[in-house]
Write a protein that binds this ligand. Structure first.
Ligand SMILES: Nc1c(NC[C@H](O)[C@H](O)[C@H](O)CO)[nH]c(=O)[nH]c1=O
Ligand SMILES: CC(=O)[C@@H](O)COP(=O)(O)O
Length: 161
């Protein structure tokens, strides 16, 4: 099912946890910052709307999506952080560089999540064009940041204590 069929902001957060008790790390790639800042805004608003406190949302920036894995690890290794949200946007260029970045960050974020046994969310857009990216960063298909934040909350709700 594509984002055209299911709006990314159509997130229903039904969870038994008190979100205000949890601390979130958000790692934001600076490449395509018009897009990633929109993703961050969506994630931040979704977290606070669900009860997260401003003091419990901590952000770091990294140069590009490739660096989200190590940035996510620096957050995930901290005992005071319960979940990490990684936000980036990789736009297809003329070469296969796109493929290498996307593969590396998907595998890297997965490995960090498994290594530290906590949610590390893949909030990365991988469009062909800037228009597709903007459509998914607060445009007609919603905001991937909303989805990423909702996923972090939902995962904390099902994580074994
Ligand atoms: N082309 C995009 C990049 N490229 C940069 C890499 O992410 C990385 O920072 C560089 O290869 C050095 O390690 N990054 C994005 O986030 N989005 C792109 O479209
Ligand atoms: C995903 C990228 O790194 C890409 O924007 C770089 O463009 P190109 O593949 O044309 O060098």
């Amino acid at each position: 099912m594509s984002s055209a069929d299911k709006n990314l902001s159509d997130v229903k957060i039904s969870t038994s946890i008190d979100v205000s008790k949890f601390k979130f790390g958000i790692v934001v790639a600076e490449w395509n910052e018009q897009v990633t800042e929109s993703l961050y805004s969506g994630a931040y608003q979704t977290l606070t709307g669900a009860g997260a406190t401003r003091d419990n949302i901590e952000r770091i920036n990294v140069p590009g999506t490739f660096e989200l894995s190590i940035g996510g690890q620096w957050m995930a290794e901290r005992k005071d952080i319960d979940a990490v949200i990684c936000l980036g946007c990789v736009i297809q260029g003329e070469t296969r560089h796109f493929d290498f970045i996307c593969d590396a960050v998907a595998n890297g974020i997965t490995n960090v999540s498994l290594k530290y046994n906590k949610p590390v969310i893949f909030g990365v857009l991988t469009p062909d064009t800037m228009k597709q990216a903007l459509d998914r960063a607060g445009g007609k298909h919603g905001n991937k940041g909303d989805e990423a934040a909702a996923t972090a909350i939902k995962m904390l709700g099902v994580k074994p204590s």
